[in-house]
Design a protein around this ligand. Structure first.
Ligand code: FES
Length: 161
């Protein structure tokens, strides 16, 4: 079977695969390393990984789409992760997520700049007793409200660089 490989990109995917001895068992670590190098997981590097590890692109797609920490497009500079699991749902996370996404949509309709803040769904941040739980970049927030969210987004945008 022929495999098309985009060798025109600047991806370090091949070198990263070699660092892990081209072992399929190291797929998660390889994906993390490629994402750290490139910022996200583009088609070209994923094809290179599939070829190097001798696994199908469908298998890689399954892994990448299963884990929420992999990005298929360049991510926003700051990511607000909102917990959508049961305990947080019971205290209003669904309404909070709708509010957050409508706010981010408004930001996305700006003057063409890259979106500074994005929203992502996660399923349990380990802070179930203090929901709705959120994580902004690497900082955990408890009992998130629309007002707190607005304040956080304002700070993130003001500190944009
Ligand atoms: S269910 Fe939301 S932090 Fe666990």
């Amino acid at each position: 079977m022929a495999v098309l490989i985009d060798t025109t990109g600047k991806s370090e995917a091949r070198a990263i695969c070699v660092r892990f001895d081209n072992k399929p068992d190291a797929l998660l670590e390889i994906l993390h390393a490629v994402q750290k190098a490139d910022g996200y997981l583009a088609d070209g590097p994923l094809r290179e990984i599939a070829d190097a590890l001798n696994i199908s692109r469908a298998e890689i797609h399954g892994v990448v789409s299963f884990y929420h920490d992999y990005y298929r497009t360049p991510p926003a500079k700051h990511i607000i992760k909102l917990c959508r699991a049961e305990a947080c749902q019971a205290v209003g996370s669904e309404d909070l997520a709708s509010y957050a996404k409508s706010k981010i949509d408004i930001m996305d309709n700006g003057a063409g700049d890259a979106v500074p803040v994005g929203v992502a769904d996660v399923y349990c941040l380990g802070n179930c007793a203090l929901g709705p739980a959120a994580m902004v970049d690497d900082k955990l927030f408890a009992r998130m409200t629309p007002e707190k969210l607005d304040a956080i987004v304002t700070v993130l945008i003001e500190n944009r660089s």
